[in-house]
Structure formats: structure tokens, C-alpha cells
Design a protein around this ligand. Sequence first.
Ligand SMILES: Cc1cc2nc3c(=O)[nH]c(=O)nc-3n(C[C@H](O)[C@H](O)[C@H](O)COP(=O)(O)OP(=O)(O)OC[C@H]3O[C@@H](n4cnc5c(N)ncnc54)[C@H](O)[C@@H]3O)c2cc1C
Length: 187
Amino acid sequence: MPPTVAVVGGGISGLAACFHLLRAPRPPKPAPAPWQGFGHLVPSSEDPALLGIVYDSVAFPEHDGTPVTPGKPPLRLTVMLGGAWFRQSFGDPALVAPELLLRRARAAVSDHLGLAGTPTHAIVRVQQDCIPQYTLGHWERLERIQRFLKEQQLPLSLIGASYSGVSVNDCIASAKAAVGRILGSPP
Ligand SMILES: Cc1cc2nc3c(=O)[nH]c(=O)nc-3n(C[C@H](O)[C@H](O)[C@H](O)COP(=O)(O)OP(=O)(O)OC[C@H]3O[C@@H](n4cnc5c(N)ncnc54)[C@H](O)[C@@H]3O)c2cc1C
């Protein structure tokens, strides 16, 4: 039987595991923006209201959809505002006017990226409590679980942000390591 991965409730880490098993080639990316990269973060000392901007079209051009203007690649951005400084910058998250957030986001895009045009589409969402955190005793709990899996010789790999690492990078690294263990070869 070929090596098999069962993805349970798999998000990014499950996808990463499947990707590394299949060794799928990446489709070529067009360059929709003059700046390349995932995005940039802004230190709170510089602007507490602005957390950063993600260049979605650069990271995931395949999600861009059909260009509004034929021949002109669409450009999608995510402006992240607020965080721990939301109340001091915008007031009560339940009451804030979406127009205020959109204005602030457009100002950030103009200041930081030099894009002053009006977006064809804009979606404003207030995501409350959206960054989960490990609770006290996480690592001890994890060590107990890993010991149990080993003792019981269960063919189960725990990968993803719930267990170790908080970013997509960590998810990919732990997925690669898990697949390496399944295949008996280092990643
Ligand atoms: C707002 C925000 C911004 C972020 N920005 C970045 C960033 O810029 N760069 C970066 O590297 N990382 C970022 N992260 C972290 C990154 O998104 C996570 O590390 C990553 O998504 C974790 O992947 P995962 O596969 O472990 O879990 P997830 O992608 O969260 O997937 C878990 C899946 O399991 C499902 N699920 C949960 N419980 C059950 C159940 N009982 N039954 C069935 N399914 C279930 C969920 O619906 C979900 O689809 C960000 C996270 C947040 C919240």
C-alpha cells in the first residue's frame, strides 16, 4: 500500500502534508504588483492603528478571479487594523462604522504602497478574538500526548498550529517532518 496521510480537520498544515506527499509542481505566478513578498507589518511605535498589509495577489494570484479590466491583473490587498490597539484607535469594535475602517485602510494603502485609486471592491470585517493562543501548560500537555502516541505505537502525526508553531511556516515545517517520518526519509 502506498504511504497515506489522513487529514483530520486539516487546514493549512493538512494541505501542506498532501502537497509534500504529492510533490505537486507550483504553477508559475504572474507579477501583479511592483512589490513582491507576502506583505509587511508596521511597528506599533510607528502607527498603533495599523498592523500591516498583506499582498494577497502576490501570495495567492490564483485566487484573484477575472480581471475587471481585461489585460490588467487584479490587485487584492488585506489591510489589518487595530489588534490590541483597536479601542484606542477606533473605539468599541461592535459599534465602529465600517466607513471609518475603510477610510483608514485606504489611507494606509496610499501612504505605504503609493496606491491612491478607488478600489473596485472593498470588504470590511471586524474579527474579534481572532488570534488563538496556547493555554498555560501547553508544552507539558503536548509532551504527554506524544509520549502516549509513542507508547501505544499509534500511526498518528499531530501537525499544525494547535500543537506546535503559530505560523504557516511552522505548519509547513511540521508537515514536511511528519511526511518524512512516514516515508522513512528526512524532509
Ligand atoms: C488573523 C490571522 C492572521 C494570520 N496571519 C498569518 C500570517 O500572516 N502568516 C502566517 O504564517 N500565519 C498567519 N496566521 C497563522 C496561520 O493562519 C495558522 O498558523 C494556520 O492557519 C494553522 O493551520 P492549521 O492547519 O494548523 O489550522 P487551520 O488552518 O486553523 O485549520 C484547522 C481546520 O480545522 C477545522 N476544525 C476545527 N475543529 C474541528 C472539528 N472538531 N472537526 C472538524 N474540523 C475542525 C477548522 O474549521 C479549520 O478549517 C494567522 C492567523 C490568524 C488567525
